[in-house]
Design a protein around this ligand. Sequence first.
Ligand SMILES: [Zn+2]
Length: 315
Amino acid sequence: MVRSKVLLMTLVAVMLVAATFVLAEPQQAPAAGQQPAAGGGANQAPPAIREIKPGFYVVTGIGGNTSVRVTNDGVAIVDTKNLGEQNYNALMAQIRSVTQQPVRYAFITHVHQDHSGNTASFKAAGTQVIAHEGLAENLKTYTSAAGKPDVPSITYARDHVVRLGNVAVEAHHYAAGHTGGDTIVYFPDVKIVAMGDEMVWPQAPNSDYPNGGSMMGWVRSLNEVQKLDFDTVIPGHGNPMTRDQFLQFKTKLEVFVDRSITVARRNVPRAQMFYDIVQTDLGGWNITMPDTRLASFYNEMRTEAQRLRALPDGQ
Ligand SMILES: [Zn+2]
C-alpha cells in the first residue's frame, strides 16, 4: 500500500517535471535560482531595454532583470547582471540608449552573481553600490564559476533610502527568503517594487538555505511587501507582474509552507518529505531540494511544527 503510494507519487512527480519543463520553455531562460549553487547566470540572452512607466525601464538578458530609474538628478538601478566586463559594458550601453545621467546608486537584491556580478565595475565608475548586510556575510563564502563578486560600497540592516532630486528609492530587508541578504527595492512615486529572486514568475520559489534562505522568512517578507502601495512588480527573472499576480504567488507560497509544516508535524522522515507535500494544485510547482538544502528546510519546518504544538489548542 505504502509502496504503491510512493510509486504513484513518483509518477505524478515525473509528470509534473515534464509539465514544468513545457511551461518554462517559452521563458527566455530558467530562473537563476534553479542553479544557485553555480550562482545562476544561465540567462545569456542578449540585453534589451524596455520602458515600463515614464522614467522607469527594465534591462533584460545576461542574468537577472536590471531595473533602471531615470531622473534629471541621476539614475538608480537594481542589480548588475552576470559577472564580466563585457556584461557591464553591454548593460551600460542599454542604459546609455535612454539617458546620459550618471548611475549614482546600484542596489543589489542578493548575492547570486547574475544579480551582483558587476559591483566592482559600478564602484570603479563612481556608483554607490548598496546591499543588505546579509549579502556581505554571504560573500565571505560565496563564489561562482564566473568569479567572486565584489563587496558593496555600503550595507544596511533594515531600511535604506536614497534620493534623486525629489524621487525617493527605498531599500528594505524584511526577512531572509531567497537568501539571507535579500533586498526589496521600492519606488513609491511610480508604484513599482523590484524584488530580485524573492519573486520569479512563473517559476516556483527557491530558497538558498546554505546562503541563509528561509521559507518561513519568505512568507513574512511577502506579507510586508503586500503593505506597500504598488501596482507593478519587477521579478528577478521574467516579465513584469501585476499586483494580482504577486498575490497569487504569495497565496501559493503560504499554501506550500502550511502543507510542509503539516507534513513535518506527522514526523515523516526527511527523505519522504517531498512525496507528502501536495503541489499538484499549485500551478506547475514541483519543489524539491538537494540534500544541501533539504536538511535546513526540514529542520525549519520541524521547528515551526514544534512551536505550533506547544501552543494551546485553537492557536
Ligand atoms: Zn538568486
